[in-house]
Design a protein around this ligand. Structure first.
Ligand SMILES: [Zn+2]
Length: 101
């Protein structure tokens, strides 16, 4: 591995740590200040994009993949259909299906 690649890998690692940290903050404020939580999520997504990081499943599932709004019990409707979890987003009126077992 060249030193340039090594620096990149290190940056990625640091960014991921930062993302995990931000996600923790997001979860802490989600019930108190949803707009702040949304800002944390926007930062997380920007970081992930600029470092080409694939977001952990846990984070990915915390927002709507169509409109990037944080899912809360108020703005989503969750139904279990067979082996799939169907989440309806009231913000963009779209469904997200997640395999469930
Ligand atoms: Zn949505």
């Amino acid at each position: 591995m060249s030193s340039k690649n090594f620096t990149k890998a290190l940056q990625k690692k640091t960014a991921l740590k930062h993302i995990e940290n931000l996600f923790q903050h997001q979860n802490e404020v989600i019930t108190k200040d949803i707009s702040l939580a949304q800002r944390y999520l926007d930062t997380i997504r920007k970081l992930a994009m600029s470092f080409r990081i694939r977001l952990p499943r846990e984070i990915k599932r915390s927002y709507c993949k169509h409109c990037y709004t944080i899912k809360t019990p108020e703005n989503t409707r969750t139904r279990l259909k067979g082996s799939k979890l169907t989440i309806f987003c009231k913000n963009c009126n779209k469904f997200t299906r997640i395999p469930y077992k």
